[in-house]
Design a protein around this ligand. Sequence first.
Ligand SMILES: [Zn+2]
Length: 353
Amino acid sequence: MQNPKVLGDVVVHKWGVDLPFLLKILSVGRSLSIQAHPDKELAGFLHKLQPNVYKDANHKPEMALALTEFEALCGFISSEELDDVLETFPEFKELVGNAYTNPILTIDKHNGEVKEESVLSLIFTKLMSVEREVISKALSKLINRISRENEIRHLTSKEELVLKLEKQYPNDVGVLAALLLNLVKLEPGDGLYIAANEPHAYLNGECIECMAASDNVVRAGLTPKYIDVKTLCSMLTYKQGLPEILKGVPLNQYVRRYTPPFEEFEVDQCVLDQGASAVFPAVQGPSVFVVILGEGKMLASSCEELVSEGAALFAPAETEVCVSTDSKLQLYKAGVNRKVLLNPLHDEEMRYL
Ligand SMILES: [Zn+2]
């Protein structure tokens, strides 16, 4: 950046002279790849080792805020759900081998947590290592069976997911890997954040996505691109259970804040009715605004802009921004996590929040 002053001292001191976050609008028609992003330590290591594949040394925590109904896969399923998958998808069970699946079915639910998690990692690792032809055969067997059963009964949401994904990505291991992940359905206004080393995929819908500025991705399926199986299987946390869904905290009548446990960003949603206005007070870091609906005015440092759907604006650090509308206006604002700006000396602790 040629004029790093606009980022503010705290940000430049902590992250250097580039904007630490990116803000995007995503419209997902066809499912995106199952992927995970390495943590900072691993990202640094991978970048050194394979700079062509891993483009930078940064981590990439991300957050999706649903604009429409939005479906995603995020994190590994619980042990109970894993039992259910093994029982209802015999083709899958056959593929990953009885050696791994048997202990799950006999495990004591009250004291078996550690053992169950490692079983899940064994199953995932085994699945990702199976040859493509074997995956193809298992998938066609599975698809044939479900298609037949579809004529005589309602399919479960997992069965429907398998059919849909297989149409989009024939013979792809990701169709089966998806069975091991939580299927999450967000309503408009819900937020989902994804920490380092957690598997995820966006399946369909529209969302605002905010992330740390990085390109590092390790893919796990639903992709024609390279899958680094060894890195993938060793980096994942194998944490099981549903992810946290953020609902946003109201700051006033018009603005809700979504704060993920990451330092680089937080996102405000602002919905204004006719004649309403809101003020975003000056902060020590930069902000990026994107208007997604309606039209109105934005006033900053005595400069007034007429804005409408699709407008994107940058506000330097220490700039107060006023927004108003005569009709209606909906926008999102991304900025650095407030806790870092308020308490830059203790930001290392943020990772453990
Ligand atoms: Zn991602």
